[in-house]
Every structure is written in structure tokens, then in C-alpha cells.
Design a protein around this ligand. Structure first.
Ligand SMILES: NC(=O)c1ccc[n+]([C@@H]2O[C@H](COP(=O)([O-])OP(=O)(O)OC[C@H]3O[C@@H](n4cnc5c(N)ncnc54)[C@H](OP(=O)(O)O)[C@@H]3O)[C@@H](O)[C@H]2O)c1
Length: 145
């Protein structure tokens, strides 16, 4: 299993810590970032970091989009990720599935709205996926472990 995080700010870090605490191996997580600003966090949690520009070098089961709404379009379009093969799970507030699908040129889009309580495994998380997405993404519904 390889789970990608595009953007590694507050919510991504909370989700990563929660996933690791729940038993996911650090080797299953790769953060895709445009700089090394959060280096201490990657090292402390033993997770991999890959430059966004080299994202096509790894294969991901799915990628969480964890950037600010204003950065979503650039982050999706500016990466080298093959979104057609890589389901996108967006935590971004206010950017519709329709827009995300257009930016990624893919139907494989899911929206979730977690809270930073994910760090403690306590996030109440809203999940939305269109009927058509459900049919093509059955695998995403299973636990990441
Ligand atoms: N915080 C919450 O409680 C919460 C809860 C639910 C949902 N959300 C949603 O989560 C999203 C992120 O919120 P946040 O609080 O985690 O923001 P944040 O702390 O500012 O983190 C955003 C991250 O995105 C990175 N980024 C921006 N553009 C990028 C690009 N083109 N490629 C790669 N990385 C890029 C930034 O990296 P740099 O360091 O390089 O700038 C930064 O690390 C928002 O859309 C928000 O709606 C947040």
C-alpha cells in the first residue's frame, strides 16, 4: 500500500499521525511536497518525501489532496501524477467534485471533510463520492491497513 499526501500542512499531518497510530506502516506513506519545510515531521515519523515534480516516479493506491482551496487547481494540474490511474481524495473545502474532476481529468474523485482530531483517531469525517465514482473505486472503500 502506498498512500500519497499532496501537501503536508495541518490536516495532512494530523491524518498521517492518526494513520500511523492506528497501525499503518510509515513505509506506506509518501508526502508529495514542493519543498523540505516539514523535514522534521517526515524524519520524526519515518515517512518518505518525494518532490511533486517527481511524483510520477511512484505508484500510489490513492492520494489525499491536502492544500488550501486557492492552491487546489495548481497542485493537481502542476503535478506529474497520472490522475487517471490514481484516485484523488480531496480534503479541500469548497472545491466541488465537478471542478476536481475537471482539474484532474479523471472520474476518480472523492471528497472528505475530516477534522484535526484525526490525529487522535477521533475525526468525524464526512465522505462524498458520486455513484459513478463508487463503481470505479471499490478498492478505496477498504481499510488502508
Ligand atoms: N486544518 C483543518 O482543520 C482542516 C480540516 C478539514 C479540511 N481542511 C482542508 O485542508 C486543506 C489544507 O488545510 P491546512 O490547514 O492543512 O493548510 P496548510 O497547513 O496551509 O497546508 C497546506 C499545504 O499545502 C501545500 N501546498 C500548497 N500548494 C502546493 C502545491 N502546488 N504542491 C504541493 N503542496 C502544496 C503547502 O506547502 P508549502 O509549505 O510549500 O506552502 C502546505 O504545506 C484546506 O483546503 C482545508 O479546507 C482543513
Amino acid at each position: 500500500m502506498n498512500i500519497g499526501f499532496l501537501g503536508c500542512g495541518n490536516i495532512a499531518q494530523a491524518m498521517i499521525v492518526g494513520l500511523l497510530d492506528s497501525g499503518l506502516k510509515p513505509s506506506s506513506i509518501t508526502v508529495l511536497t514542493r519543498n523540505q519545510k516539514k523535514k522534521k515531521f517526515y524524519e520524526k515519523n519515518s515517512i518518505k518525501r518525494l518532490a511533486v515534480s517527481k511524483a510520477n516516479l511512484a505508484k500510489f493506491d490513492f492520494i489525499f489532496l491536502c492544500v488550501k482551496p486557492a492552491d487546489a487547481k495548481d497542485a493537481i494540474e502542476g503535478s506529474t501524477i497520472n490522475w487517471g490511474n490514481t484516485p484523488l481524495i480531496s480534503v479541500v473545502a469548497g472545491i466541488s467534485s465537478q471542478k476536481l474532476k475537471k482539474f484532474a481529468n479523471s472520474e476518480k474523485v472523492i471528497r472528505i471533510m475530516p477534522t484535526t482530531s484525526a490525529e487522535f483517531g477521533k475525526s468525524i469525517t464526512a465522505i462524498y463520492m458520486a455513484e459513478r465514482t463508487k463503481k470505479t473505486n471499490k478498492k478505496i472503500n477498504s481499510s488502508p491497513k
